[in-house]
Design a protein around this ligand. Structure first.
Ligand code: NAD
Ligand code: ZN
Length: 352
C-alpha cells in the first residue's frame, strides 16, 4: 500500500504565546528513521492545548507551534528503522510523542517521566494539522474496527483518566468523586469509572453538564456553582456519609484542589490531574495525618496504559459525547473552552 503525500497541508499555527491560532498552509514534514508520518483525520481538543496557547505553565512551548495531541489517523510513511507498524495502519498521536527509551524511567515503563520527552503540540508539532510525525515506538496502535472520530479523545482524555483511576487504587464497588466531570476528561472519567465498577459522584457546574453526567452514569451530581455546602453534599452522596474512597481532580481552577481533603474518606486517595495555572496544593497536616489521606499526581499514561484504554473503547465500554467541527474553527473551540461552556469534548476534522 502507498499513499500520495502532498508537499503542503492545512494546519492551525500559534505564532505567539498568548495570541490566537492561524489556519494556514505549511509544508508536510518528513519522518526521521525511527518515526512515522500519520495522515491525521480527527483530533480532539484538550484543555492542555489552551494552556499551551495561553502560556499557563512553567514550561515554554516551541514557537511557531502546531498544537494538538489527540490525533487519530492513518500511517502514510515510515522511516527505515520502523518495521512493527505498517503503511495503512490506524495510529494515534498522543501527548508523549517520544522519549529516550533508555533512562531508568523509560526502562521501568514510566516513560511519561523521562527527563527528555517530546511532547506533541507543545515541544514538537502535534495533531492540529493534516500530517503529523510520531516516534514509532510511541504512537498509539488503533485497531482497524475503531472509528477514528470517536477514538481521538481516548488518546489523551481517556488514557489520562483511566490511568488516574488506576492510580487512585479505588476498587469495584467503591466511590470516586470526579471533579470537573462535565469537561472532556471528566466525561471520559465517568465512563471509565462505570466500566471499572466504581460509583461516580460528578462535580461540575450547570444544568447541561448535569444532564450529560447523569447520562454517562454518575450516581450523584453536585453543582459547584449553586451548592451551599459542597463538602457536605459530596459526603452525603456516599452510603455512610464518610466521603468517597477516591477523588479525581480534573478541574482547571485551584479551589477544588484545596477542598478535596475535606470530603475524601479517611484513608482515601486524592489524585491530581488537572493543571490550573499557578496553582498550589494545600491540605491541613492534622487531617492528612490522623485521617491517613493520600495525595498524589497522575500524568497521562505509559504505552501499556494506552493499549488498555484503547481496548476499553474497542469493546464498546466507552461512549462519551463529542462534537465535530472543521479544523478551521479551532479558535472558536478555544473560546468556548475558556468560557467553560463545553460539555464533553470537541473533535476537529482536518479535512475542513
Ligand atoms: P475541560 O475544560 O474540558 O474541563 C474542565 C472542567 O472543569 C469544566 O467542565 C469546568 O466547568 C470544570 N470546573 C472548573 N472549575 C471547577 C470547580 N471548581 N469544580 C468542579 N469543576 C470545575 O478541560 P479538560 O480537557 O478536561 O482538561 C482538564 C485539565 O486536565 C486541564 O488542566 C488539562 O491541562 C489537564 N490535563 C492533565 C493531564 C495529565 O496527564 N495530568 C492530561 C490531560 C489534561
Ligand atoms: Zn490532553
Amino acid at each position: 500500500m502507498s499513499f500520495q503525500i502532498p508537499t503542503e497541508q492545512w494546519a492551525q499555527v500559534l505564532e505567539k504565546t498568548g495570541g490566537t491560532v492561524v489556519h494556514k498552509k505549511i509544508p508536510v514534514p518528513k519522518p526521521g528513521p525511527d518515526e512515522v508520518l500519520i495522515n491525521i483525520k480527527y483530533s480532539g481538543v484538550c484543555h492542555t492545548d489552551l494552556h499551551a496557547v495561553k502560556g499557563d505553565w512553567p514550561l515554554a512551548t516551541k514557537i511557531p507551534l502546531v498544537g494538538g495531541h489527540e490525533g487519530a489517523g492513518v500511517v502514510v510513511a515510515r522511516g527505515e528503522l520502523v518495521n512493527d507498524i505498517q503503511i495503512g495502519d490506524y495510529a494515534g498521536i498522543k501527548w508523549l510523542n517520544g522519549s529516550c527509551l533508555s533512562c531508568s524511567f523509560c526502562r521501568t515503563a514510566n516513560e511519561p517521566l523521562c527527563p527528555k520527552p517530546d511532547l506533541s503540540g507543545y515541544t514538537v508539532d502535534g495533531s492540529f494539522q493534516q500530517y503529523a510525525i510520531g516516534k514509532a515506538a510511541h504512537v498509539a496502535r488503533i485497531p482497524k474496527e475503531c472509528d477514528l472520530e470517536a477514538i481521538a479523545p481516548i488518546l489523551c482524555a481517556g488514557l489520562t483518566v483511566y490511568k488516574g483511576l488506576k492510580e487512585s487504587g479505588a476498587r469495584p464497588g467503591e466511590f470516586v468523586a470526579i471533579v470537573g466531570a462535565g469537561g472532556g476528561l471528566g466525561s471520559m472519567a465517568l465512563q471509565y469509572a462505570r466500566a471499572m465498577g466504581l460509583h461516580a459522584i460528578a462535580i461540575d457546574g450547570g444544568a447541561e453538564k448535569e444532564k450529560m453526567c447523569k447520562e454517562l452514569g454518575a450516581t450523584t451530581y453536585v453543582d459547584f456553582t449553586t451548592s451551599k455546602n459542597l463538602v457536605e453534599d459530596v459526603k452525603k452522596a456516599t452510603p455512610e456519609g464518610y466521603g468517597p474512597h477516591a477523588v479525581l481532580l480534573l478541574a482547571v481552577t485551584e479551589k477544588p484542589f484545596q477542598q478535596a481533603s475535606e470530603y475524601v474518606r479517611s484513608h482515601g486517595t486524592i489524585v491530581c490531574v488537572g493543571l490550573p495555572a499557578n496553582a498550589f496544593l494545600k491540605a491541613p497536616v492534622f487531617d492528612t495525618v490522623t485521617r491517613m489521606i493520600n495525595i498524589k499526581g497522575s500524568y497521562v499514561g505509559n504505552r501499556q496504559d494506552t493499549a488498555e484504554a484503547i481496548d476499553f473503547f474497542r469493546r464498546g465500554l466507552i461512549k462519551a459525547p463529542y462534537k465535530v467541527v472543521g479544523l478551521s474553527k479551532l479558535q472558536e473551540v478555544f473560546d468556548l473552552m475558556e468560557a467553560g461552556k463545553i460539555a464533553g469534548r470537541y473533535v476537529v476534522d482536518t479535512s475542513q
